[in-house]
Design a protein. Structure first.
Length: 82
């Protein structure tokens, strides 16, 4: 199964590790450190020109998506209660 993250970016659901609301960057020191490390390793990709609403973590890349975390979770069908 595939998940559309916005723009022209589609990933395999098997690559998905986590989906977070963008607000986690401000509220979690550990999350901010993780993203900073990923940026240093050049494994961060911003999708489209719109403001990011969610952070999608995969096995190899961290994506900033313009689609809300709730919508992405529904698309992933991994979190059916959200």
């Amino acid at each position: 199964m595939y998940i559309h993250l916005g723009g022209e970016k589609i990933i395999r659901s098997s690559e998905l590790v986590a989906i977070f609301d963008i607000s986690i960057e401000k509220s979690s020191k550990i999350s901010k450190q993780y993203v900073t490390h990923a940026e240093q390793e050049k494994t961060v990709e911003h999708i489209g020109e719109e403001e990011a609403k969610s952070i999608v973590v995969t096995k190899n890349i961290v994506y900033y998506s313009p689609i809300s975390s709730a919508t992405l979770k529904k698309r992933a069908h991994i979190f059916p209660d959200l």
